[in-house]
Design a protein around this ligand. Sequence first.
Ligand SMILES: Nc1nc2c(ncn2[C@@H]2O[C@H](COP(=O)(O)OP(=O)(O)OP(=O)(O)O)[C@@H](O)[C@H]2O)c(=O)[nH]1
Ligand SMILES: [Mg+2]
Length: 1105
Amino acid sequence: MVLNSLDKMIQLQRNTRNIRNICILAHVDHGKTTLADCLISSNGIISSRLAGKLRYMDSREDEQIRGITMKSSAISLHYEKDDQEYLINLIDSPGHVDFSSEVSTAVRICDGCIIVVDAVEGVCPQTQAVLRQAWLENIRPVLVINKIDRLIVELKFTPQEAYFHLKNILEQINALTGALFTSKVLEEWAKRETESQASSNSVPGEQVYDWSAGLEHTDDSHLYFSPDQGNVIFTSAIDGWGFGIEHFAKLYSQKLGIKTDVLLKTLWGDYYLNTKSKKIMKADQTKGKKPLFVQLVLENIWSLYEAVLKKDKEKIDKIVSSLGLKIGAREARHSDPKVQINAICSQWLPISNSVLDMVCQKLPSPLDIPAERVERLLCTGARTFDSLPPETQELKTAFMKCGSDDTAPVIIFVSKMFAVDAKSLPCNKPRPLTPEEIAQRREFARRRHAEKLAAAQGQVPLEPTLVGNTSEICPKKEETKNDEQLTSPAENITLKPVIQEAEDKDYFIAFARVFSGVARKGQKIFVLGPKYDPAEFLRRVPLGFSASSDDLPSIPHMACCTLENLYLLMGRELEDLQEVPPGNVLGIGGLQEFVLKSATLCTSPSCPPFIPLNFEATPIVRVAVEPKHPSEMPQLVKGMKLLNQADPCVQVLIQETGEHVLVTAGEVHLQRCLDDLKERFAKIQISVSEPIIPFRETITKPPKVDMVNEEIGKQQKIAVIHQTKEDQNKLPEGVQVDADGLITITTPNKLATLSVRAMPLPEEVTQILEENCDLIRSMEQLTSSLNEGENTQMIHEKTQAKIQEFKQKLEQNLQGRKWRNVVDQIWSFGPRKCGPNILVNRCKDFKSSVWQCLESKCIKDASKYRDFDNSIISGFQLATFSGPMCEEPLMGVCFVLEKWDLSKFLGQGVTEKPEEELDRGETAVLSRDSKSPTENEQFQDDSPETLEKKSKRKGETLLADCYGPFSGQLIATMKEACRYALQVKPQRLMAAMYTCEIMATAEVLGRVYAVLSKREGRVLQEEMKEGTDMFIIKAVLPVAESFGFADEIRKRTSGLASPQLVFSHWEVHHLLTVTKQVISVGLNFSYVPWRGQVGLDASGVLFPA
Ligand SMILES: Nc1nc2c(ncn2[C@@H]2O[C@H](COP(=O)(O)OP(=O)(O)OP(=O)(O)O)[C@@H](O)[C@H]2O)c(=O)[nH]1
Ligand SMILES: [Mg+2]
């Protein structure tokens, strides 16, 4: 087959109805790239013999060596069926959990996906993860059950056993789909109920709703995978075959004289054929009737495999001739049965036809984008579609129309940036010759030949020639330039190609999709950052302003750029395009300066940025890097910047200590990032630290029993008093602690006093806080916009309901005397205002709780305290950001501000300047856009009237001071108070934990357990995989012990088991405590986890550095 010409592809790109943007998703090693090879070979891009061996989409060297895909990459294919021509934009994605962010970048720009499942391994953890990602992105899936050959060759199943096994896999995957669907339907139903409830203004809480009612009303049959629905096919990508039941239904309807429709419905399922009456009956296993699928489909395939494996030449010939196939002599004689099977099956049941047929029939075109998906893409943060400006809402029509007329706004989403070698850009590659050039060359070659002949006869000396890919002229040319006769042809041939200055530079290309309008080369377009707000633009800039205008006013989070180059993505190659019609996947050059990782591009400023990609992986593995030669630091810094741009998931940090830190999703990802840094982006030698394991600091309840297991009943009081005294001794002068752990501390200028207590939060509460991180962030945004006096229309009922629900959950889990009213008094979350720690304000008159956003109006009193409030909150943020044990963030701690006393500050008058040196560093945290506070400053814990009078008198100076030195002192004091409050409680470290699922056979099970227990792993579950002799072990393992774990398991089990590690949670280690003075380690950690803060002495004891 011939490689499709670029013109053909350009033509296909215009027919939006026949475009399919799809990605292949699966667990690692289930055969995505092999399947992609088969599809690519159908277009003649690679030879069919190499399909499966080449792994064309794995273009990186390390992908080929390790045999796993590490990035998602796209290729455009052509498919023709029933007079219709289709353009398939296919994206192959990685299955390894470390690269799951690449899956997120792929699903965002697709409309459908092929979920591949290994017929032996069945549904695996990543299968679940990718199915969930497809659901969250609202793209439609189809299923490919791959590696059917393994059921025949490895598991040696009979066709009947194979059928039940496949049925089982389908049930499992449908159960997953069902769970996703049910949760979604219930959520929607709940939303609808809430809305109708709100509109009818009925009294809430009195009715009991039957949530399951929603399920009955919704038709979900089309969602499930079933061969009779046409959304499941069975393949062996390595042997090049695949089929859906449609193929066999058509075949047998002719042979048996049964209608295709009937066969389509019965070929899969418990039906059998009554040969006498030629009727299809419901199967009855007890009578030993084989299901149709076994009898008509699987048995044929099984007998072919059997014949080939047994080298039964006669039978093979019979099958080949009965199928009407022609097998090449080379394949027919080949000694490897795989080659024969491939030759026969790929003709009989070509895999590409069955897969692409299903894709074209069952997956939607860009024109069928669901309205729900569009609305979701446009609603960032807590907003709902209805709350967007009308101009923005109008864009929905443009999305749905996917129009290419000039009036259609151009909307493009860039899901990642990837680096390519400048040499591989189309402009730097030898281009194909034009017909004139070919004629010229022919003429030149003819002359050369004549000259050669002449030379052979000793008449004319041999002269210069064209070498290599004709891109260079032989150096001898210079010497012979006087020879007219010979130089003229060479001069006439202006050979374009020419690697311009053979630049060794990397060039960034945006991996993108056009959602509306035609993207044209040279077009100007807005780049919208994630925080861009179209409402802000519409307020500030008159309508009618367009991207082509040069004098763009400065609008936050928006820039204007030019689409310098547009490319057709062809796997390892790129092709230049002048324009790209809507609904296509494309590459865009020239955005390096404008886009860091992802962005929304639009010609209309009323477009909001798309919602952020939904990443499943958590970057958790950190290393510090430095150049081998210190002078190469600038290269390293530049290289890290490029790496950050080229990888959707990596994080690059410079720590306070000046260390450059890479944060990656796992060991394999780390290795890839380091290779990229060394060989591509920095091109220097680097030294890499041992992995730095992140910890969290927390406190626990005091023990109820002592070391010898005796209850600490009455003795406790004495012990506590004793402890308090000890604690008091440890604390610096001026800091007081009471028996309950309440710390009272005064600012250095002695003008304000704070009393803070730390309490451990119940585990469930910490979990709720972690789960609702995004919600807390939007609450914070809402509150700040409330305080700025902004219009608060955008808080929708749905968000309100979510906040209410969050609050209720906290209340349910914070019961008892100790926690009374605590939820209403929550003042802030931390660190970064959204973490798993809370600050509670128990002072009188406290009003500005985090829940004020629920009331949709600014609480007036709040603004009176606001300026000093912020200092206290900042102190809390700093304290939760790095704890006293090893400067790691805190988790699960509640700080209660019991009292704050500012009377002295006001009494003494603020004109009196504090004597102490100010901590400038800390005050910097306060930098924020200040608004002039109200004239009345009022503080609690003092007689309000007197204070008010005083502050009125001194109003001016006081205001000037609230951002000055005093607030700095307040921040530092609050931070110290929190740290001391922690130190008087039992402090603990929390270790990061991975979960892993290991599949292993009974023989190697023991070895797997040995490795797990050596590394402090804990087995949660062990079960037998149905229908196989495999065990599935679910375990948790500290991240700290995970380095080399996968390799060790693979080695100890001779490659039979290979685990994938996914970050799961933080766990308190009661054996692992670190205090400033004493460090005791109960685990056999063989690394130094707190690099920079803690050292290791000669005897192996940790000490604070
Ligand atoms: N027996 C058999 N092996 C297959 C089949 N398809 C793929 N394989 C093998 O499975 C292994 C993994 O194949 P890949 O195509 O690289 O798998 P992948 O899903 O792309 O893997 P990742 O990209 O790393 O997630 C290779 O050794 C293939 O040869 C099949 O149909 N039958
Ligand atoms: Mg792959």
